[in-house]
Design a protein around this ligand. Sequence first.
Ligand code: KG4
Ligand code: ZN
Length: 359
Amino acid sequence: MSLILGIETSCDETAAAVVKDGSDVLGACVASQIARHAEHGGVVPELAAREHLKAARPVLDGALRQAGVTLKDIDAIAVTQGPGLIPALLVGLNLAKGLAVGNGLPLIGINHFIAHIYASFLDGGKEELDKPETYPILALVVSGGHTALLLIDQTGKARLAGTTIDDAAGEALDKASKMLGLGYPGGPVIQKTAESGDPSKYHFPRPLTGSAGKAVSPEHKYNFSFSGVKTALLYHAQKLGGKDCILEGQELYDTVASYQEAIVDVLCRKTALAAKDFKAKTVVLCGGVACNSVLRERMAECLAEPAQLRLAERKYCTDNAAMVGGLAHYYYEKRKFTQLDADSYARLPGIAEVPFVKF
Ligand code: KG4
Ligand code: ZN
């Protein structure tokens, strides 16, 4: 049994959640700072940290209230330790340390990347992790900071099968949106705009997929690259809309739909290829970009037997604390706690095993 308070402040969402036994989300609260960063066209780390300071208390109180518990009922404090924006992470980490010390509770530092994968197993999906037929799992983590394929076997061993060699998919959507004057964040507005467009109207490149007759080197077989698509969009938008890329009406809708199509196509093709080659039984789609409806539908269509698609619920795709409190259950069970002098980290460390598989 465990009742864990999870805290997440790695980017521009301040979140807290109370999770029972790594599965039942009893209370969850998220405060988004999107409006504050939108005027800057992207997340400003120092601003994010200051906003986390303001939002932390109400979010924490909200999650506890929703769960109908107090800090006295909590067994451990879990917090995102990295990767993420250091000033933002430090607010959550210090808050968690204070709560741990003040309430005599253990501290559990959580890897944000693995938490995104675990998000797909919240609210009743946890039993799947105990079944051998679930493995190997291939997870596509697709967010503003990451685009990576992680392969997990039933002993809990994990290896990075592929990653982006330049921009993350979410970053490519956010930068495109900024370029076309559609605002921040790009993902949701691009999805909305694309609904009115024809995805086959323009052709954008699909780097590292072997399309356009370019062979893919073995080292990049499962890797991604999105900077070329973004550059192609810039040339296209300048050709049609002048140096400030002013596109309007159907031209804008078709451009956005075709651009989104290129990104979705690459994500699906690479994932389907890796799923086939590694004989994945489960394919997990998670991270903020996994909210995208076209990606969700297309991924379901392009995977072949025996791979079963496991989609994280939309509310658990973007940054949240339920995935932090849920994953922490496995550290709690093994009494793997984090020291009070722990630091945050900005980049993804090498992942050799995941804690949520019993090994
Ligand atoms: O996981 P997340 O909340 O934060 C990171 O860890 O990065 O992901 C944020 C990313 C942003 O790039 C945002 O544009 C994208 O997720 N996103 C979407 C959608 N909703 C959010 N991308 C495509 N379609 C969406 N509906
Ligand atoms: Zn994230």
